[in-house]
Design a protein around this ligand. Structure first.
Ligand code: KIV
Ligand code: ZN
Length: 388
């Protein structure tokens, strides 16, 4: 059976770059855009062209550079934003305008001091106007996560009539639970006229740590695009992490979902974004964190040394990490010490290992980890020489 293709829409350079301290210059953005294209993302959201002259230039240059992916520019629902975005995207092989407006009660009341009917009209007009410049128009219903489903469905029907090709359902505030977000997508699939002709897109924020779970719930209920960022960077607690959703789909083949991502490039891409933005991921970050494939407790290490699958659900090589690491700590067992000693040249006999182990534990109790140099020192103290 052929797999269902899920489009990966990367917004590292737009939602990701909005983060304080993550600002990139045009040169850095071009390097990342090129890497994203090679990684195999379907859409690169290159920026918000009207926001600054620098962002305009970046979107324009990225449009010229990118060979395969669709290049997208964000706008608010007004003519000037849309005209500027169209101008910045002029050289893109596959341009997309991403326009939209807040649809939740609080956005309509506090941001726009408006009414549901007027907002619906603005949504229609913005989509129809964007359609004059490009064929591919994505509409976002900002704060859709907290928008009444019936009203949301009416707005979406309207923008489909105006020519929208993709409908983005953002959980802008990261408030939804996965079953709630999934049910919203299901409701829209079942109640919006014309929905079969467009792609529904998940755009989830991580305020409660649910961005990845929500995006997957959306996909399981019929959405076919995920908006995400490398390392999950983005406003406040961030966006859905690209590397996480891609590996979830890959590691669960029964979901029958597929992406165009070359997963072997994930780790390097993560490092590139970390270094360019000066935003280092926490060691326990799923898939790309320093400890994602590191084993430190004796029980786990013993299992992994016997067979990787005992404690690893994915092969590190699949995401571009050379190998799993066995980290020596005071929780490590004899198997781990023997394994690491062998890696640096010492094939220990059982007697040698039994003699060394208590000394190793004493040392490890006073250090966070035991490194290769420490192993050599321990061997020297015990007059153990490298094996031939
Ligand atoms: O989170 C959000 O609602 C957004 C939109 C502008 C798409 O980033
Ligand atoms: Zn967002």
């Amino acid at each position: 059976m052929s797999k269902n293709r899920v489009q990966i829409f990367d917004t590292t350079l737009r939602d990701g770059e909005q983060v304080p301290g993550c600002k990139l210059n045009t040169e850095q953005k071009l390097i990342i855009a090129e890497r994203l294209d090679i990684l195999g993302v379907d859409v690169i959201e290159a920026g918000f062209p009207i926001s600054s002259p620098g962002d305009f230039t970046s979107v324009e240059k990225i449009s010229k550079l990118v060979k395969n992916a669709t290049v997208c520019g964000l706008t608010r629902a007004n003519k000037k934003d849309i005209e500027v975005a169209a101008q910045a995207l002029k050289y893109a092989k596959r341009p997309r305008i991403h326009t939209g407006i807040g649809t939740s009660e609080s956005h309509i009341k506090y941001k726009f001091n408006s009414t549901q009917e007027k907002i619906m009209e603005r949504a229609f007009e913005a989509t129809a106007y964007a359609k004059k410049f490009v064929e591919d128009v994505e509409f976002y219903a900002e704060d859709a996560g907290r928008t009444d489903n019936e009203y949301l469905a009416r707005v979406l029907e309207k923008v489909i009539k105006a020519g929208a090709t993709v409908l983005n359902i953002p959980d802008t505030t990261g408030y939804c639970l996965p079953d709630e977000y999934g049910a919203k997508i299901k409701y829209l699939k079942e109640n919006v006229k014309g929905i079969e002709n467009v792609i529904l897109s998940c755009h989830c924020h991580n305020d409660l740590g649910l961005a990845t779970a929500n995006a997957i719930a959306g996909i399981q209920n019929g959405a076919r695009q995920i908006e995400c960022t490398i390392n999950g960077i983005g406003e406040r607690a961030g966006n859905t992490a690209l590397e996480e959703v891609v590996m979830i789909m890959k590691q669960h083949p029964y979901l029958n979902l597929d992406t165009g991502i070359n997963t072997k490039l994930l780790y390097d891409t993560s490092l590139l974004v970390q270094r360019s933005m000066g935003m280092i991921v926490q060691p326990n970050k799923a898939v790309v964190g320093e400890n994602a494939f590191a084993h430190s407790s004796g029980i786990h290490q013993d299992g992994v040394i016997k067979n990787r699958e005992t404690y690893e659900i994915m092969d590190p090589a699949e995401v571009g990490v050379t190998e799993s690491s066995i980290v020596l700590t005071a929780r490590s067992g004899r198997a781990a010490l023997a394994y690491r000693a062998k890696n640096v040249g010492y094939d220990l006999t059982k007697i040698e290992l039994d003699d060394l182990y208590p000394q190793f534990l004493k040392f490890a109790d006073h250090h966070k980890t035991v490194n290769d140099e420490d192993i050599h020192h321990l061997m020297e103290l015990n007059h153990i020489h490298k094996s031939k």
